[in-house]
Each structure stands twice: as C-alpha cells, then as structure tokens.
Design a protein around this ligand. Structure first.
Ligand code: FES
Length: 166
C-alpha cells in the first residue's frame, strides 16, 4: 500500500493587513524553507516595526519551524524587537571606546531616571532604549544617537535631562 501524502492547509496571515503579503512573498521566494527564517523576520520587522506573537506563530508555521525556535532566534539577535518602539529612540553606543569612556554610566543614569534598560520602552511609550556596538564616531566617545542625531562626549546627567524633555 502506498502512502497518500497529507495535504496541510497553508498558514493564514494573522490579519488581512496588506503588509503580510510582503512577508509572505519574501518567504515564498525563499521556498518557504526553514533557512528563510532570518529573512522572514527582517521582512516582518521592516513591515511592522516589531515582531509580535502572531508574527512569530505565522512565520513559524509558514517555514515549518516550532514557535519556540523562532522565539529563540528573535531574542538572540538584538536587531529584532518583540514590542513596538516608542515615539523616540535613543541608541547608546557600547563599543570599546564608548564603554571605556562611560557608556555604562549613561545606561545606569537612564535606568535610574527613566526606568528602562536596553531594548525596553518607557511605560508611557515615549522612549525606546537601544544599544549598538560602534556608531563610527569613536573620537567623540561616549556617543549616543537620539532620533537619528549623533551626540558626542555625552555627560550622563545632562543627557538624561535632555531625554526627559522629549
Ligand atoms: S565605540 Fe562608540 S562610536 Fe565607536
């Protein structure tokens, strides 16, 4: 007796938001194979700004990867975020030059005053704190970028005061 292949239903996108079509077509172009996971996650984050539970499940089902593995990959790479970013984004450089010159103190001051750690957003949704390895402005260390604007020789207290004004 020959085995009859089981036809499984194609995973359905979480909503009819047109952005899912972009994600779906990216996965399809890559053959809906598990190797497409990183590309699919990039695509979802580009489209929606973050990757929520529905996106994790849908991408996992589409690529035949268990949700736990998808979650593991998303949390391993700092590039991916599971929550929507705040109204403003602050990136503190933690590369060697900035670390030596006070990046840790900047992060501590932000945590003490605004209550957020890297990769978190303030409770009011105003500010997301991110980190980067080197922002290419080492001579200005320590460096941070707020809403795309590079700030050099950052002094923690003054910097936090400016963030509070956003
Ligand atoms: S290490 Fe911070 S800008 Fe290079």
């Amino acid at each position: 007796m020959t085995a009859v292949p089981v036809r499984t239903a194609r995973p359905v996108a979480p909503t009819d938001d047109r952005r899912w079509r972009v994600v779906e077509s990216r996965m399809r172009r890559l053959g809906n194979r598990p190797e497409a996971l990183i590309e699919a996650l990039h695509s979802a984050q580009e489209a929606f700004g973050y990757i929520d539970d529905d996106a994790l499940r849908f991408i996992g089902e589409s690529l035949a990867i268990p949700p736990s593995k998808v979650f593991g990959v998303v949390t391993f790479y700092h590039h991916f975020t599971l929550k929507p970013l705040g109204e403003h984004a602050c990136v503190v450089c933690t590369g060697t030059a900035c670390y030596i010159n006070g990046a840790r103190e900047i992060l501590s001051a932000i945590k003490a005053e605004l209550g957020v750690k890297p990769h978190e957003t303030t409770a009011d949704g105003k500010l997301s704190l991110l980190t980067a390895r080197c922002l290419g402005a080492c001579s200005l260390a320590p460096v941070a970028v707020v809403d795309g604007e590079v700030q050099g020789r950052v002094v923690p207290r003054e910097f936090v005061a400016r963030l509070e004004q956003l």
